[in-house]
Design a protein around this ligand. Structure first.
Ligand code: CDP
Ligand code: MG
Length: 138
């Protein structure tokens, strides 16, 4: 029996990467890894919206800076689809700190620092659904 496990996940190209015009190159990395980009939009959000999006981190010392940063400039928000998309995207993104990211990952290639690490990706199927609804409720 062939088991298919197609999932969707939310990806964000963060302000540091959009500002450097890296969105096309990063999208190409998703496509060449077998992701479909089902939905996509370039937007800028308010800090108050970033605070809702990153609510899981509200007790962390970096929360306020993180929310200020995500709302500091345009971002590209995408719904990605692939087999095991959540973990496949985390793998392609690389470690949170670009210094620790493996060769071939987006953060290794483009990340500047732990805060300016170029991409966001959902960390579970449950959070992927919440995050997709946050940006693309229709
Ligand atoms: O993005 P990821 O899921 O890999 O990491 P996280 O632990 O969920 O943290 C969310 C974001 O907060 C990271 O992508 C970093 O941009 C930022 N962060 C930070 O600025 N300083 C830290 N010490 C940890 C995370
Ligand atoms: Mg996370």
């Amino acid at each position: 029996m062939i088991m298919s496990n197609t999932e969707q996940t939310l990806s964000i190209i963060k302000p540091d990467a959009v500002e450097r015009n890296l969105d096309s190159e990063i999208k190409e990395m998703f496509l060449s890894t077998g992701f479909k980009i089902l939905k996509e939009k370039k937007i800028q959000i308010e800090k108050s919206e970033a605070e809702v999006f990153y609510k899981v981190h509200e007790t962390k010392p970096f929360y306020s800076d993180l929310c200020a940063y995500l709302s500091s400039g345009p971002i590209v928000v995408m719904v990605l689809e692939k087999e095991n998309a959540v973990s496949a995207n985390r793998e392609l993104m690389g470690a949170t700190n670009p210094k620790d990211a493996s060769d071939g990952t987006i953060r290794k290639k483009y990340g500047i620092s732990i805060d300016k690490n170029s991409v966001h990706g959902s960390d579970s199927i449950e959070n992927a659904n919440i995050e997709i609804n946050f940006f693309f409720k229709d």
